[in-house]
Design a protein around this ligand. Structure first.
Ligand SMILES: *Cc1c(COP(=O)(O)O)cnc(C)c1O
Length: 393
């Protein structure tokens, strides 16, 4: 497929497995690991990432939308799946048929879910969401035990778990996160004293999994860290994560420019001296952030070279040492080459955003090449990309 284009992402499935094992290493025995693969696994490819995570011990999958859940089932994945919010009532029948658990936090939603389950002659699994302070979705701690008590009278429902979500877990020792955890555990205690079996109780996203071991409870839900991206500076010394996504391209065109020549829209960059410009065939429509124009680098022949001028929709330019780079030479925009490396954090910082957003954007249009450095095989023949020789057209 990459014969079609000289720009691609490399997705290292061995790194996914390593990260699941490293994160599970932080958990007490018996604590479950949910791999969060929403948004096409943060741009990494939901089905292959989910399969690799399951192989390494993930016992559940988390997604944001009904279609994301159905895609996993259609690929033959039988692992439990949870959708993190209340989907539209019009898709509930399909989700029940596919044995996909939904999140609930309102009694009228639970009544509709019960009605649909009865209609399908099946049991609808759900997890109940408590809003312990983030104020996004969920029932308040005051309402939650009451809603569950009422839901207990509805036929066809199976409460499989109760959960909450932290707003500030990436700040070590944060008081708001501690207050959320206390509000949540108090709410679960109130449910239990009302005779409700809360099932699997869970709260941790990636930063909480790494920084708040006291919040692990019965299961953790990791997205970002699964992809080898650190949710906080403080997490770097606590867990060894391997980056999963690399972004690579080959020079499509290389040419000299003279002193004073402008490059790209607006000519915001001009050559200070005679130099050479390599054009790579990827741009902001591929997730290379335009807001990071002129603030990024790439590796070519293991050396850093600066990106210059505005990033265009489908192309971007780099200043390269004269005479060293020709058409077809491989550039690494994110990843390793010749012992040097560029982390996704660097590109995200330059764009003043977070790696979650950068990864999602990079996953949208670029072809994924899945590699498995453990098995030392690649899903497409890319041996030519590893050599210093330029590829041929
Ligand atoms: C996205 C999400 C997660 C994963 O968060 P990360 O910080 O990427 O690990 C966990 N739980 C819920 C409810 C989410 O929406």
């Amino acid at each position: 497929m990459t014969d079609h284009r000289w720009a691609w992402t490399e997705i290292d499935l061995a790194a996914v497995r390593h990260n699941v094992r490293a994160l599970r290493g932080l958990l007490a025995p018996g604590v479950e690991f949910m791999a969060v693969v929403k948004a096409d696994a943060y741009g990494h490819g939901a089905v292959p990432v989910a399969e690799a995570a399951i192989e390494a011990g993930a016992s559940a999958l988390g997604v944001a939308t009904a279609d994301e859940a159905l895609e996993l089932r259609e690929a033959g994945i039988v692992t439990p799946i949870l959708i993190f919010s209340q989907p539209p009532l019009t898709v509930l029948g399909e989700l029940i048929d596919a044995d996909i658990a939904v999140t609930a936090y309102e009694l009228d939603f639970l009544a509709a879910l019960s009605g649909e389950a009865t209609l399908h002659n099946a049991t609808a699994a759900y997890h109940f969401k408590v809003d312990s302070g983030m104020h996004r979705v969920g029932a308040t701690p005051a309402d939650a035990p009451y809603i569950l008590q009422e839901a207990a009278h509805l036929p066809g429902l199976a409460l499989e778990g109760v959960f909450t979500h932290f707003a500030t877990a990436d700040i070590p020792g944060d008081w708001d996160a501690a207050a959320q955890l206390a509000a949540f555990t108090d709410t679960v205690a109130a449910m239990r004293s009302n005779g409700i079996n809360a099932g699997v109780v869970h709260a941790c996203n990636s930063p909480a999994t790494i920084l708040m071991p006291e919040a692990h409870l019965d299961m953790v839900r990791c997205g970002l860290a699964l992809y080898g991206l650190h949710p906080a500076e403080a997490s770097r010394k606590l867990v060894d994560l391997h980056p999963v996504m690399a972004v690579k391209a080959r020079a499509g065109f290389v040419k000299p420019v003279s002193i004073g020549d402008g490059v790209s829209y607006g000519m915001t960059w001009r050559a200070f001296q005679s130099t050479e410009i390599a054009t790579l065939p990827l741009g902001y429509a591929d997730g290379i952030p335009r807001s990071a124009s002129g603030k990024m680098s790439a590796l070519v022949h293991g050396q850093r070279v600066p990106q210059v001028g505005r990033v265009c929709m489908d192309q971007c330019m780099f200043e390269v040492p004269a005479g060293e780079v020709t058409r077809g030479h491989e550039f690494v925009l994110i990843g390793e080459q010749g012992g040097e490396r560029i982390l996704m954090d660097e590109v995200s910082d330059a764009a003043q955003t977070i790696t979650h957003e950068t990864a999602c954007a990079l996953g949208r249009r670029l072809e994924h090449v899945f590699v498995d450095h453990d098995a030392d095989n690649m899903s497409s023949d890319f041996s030519g990309a590893q050599s210093a020789e330029p590829a041929r057209w």
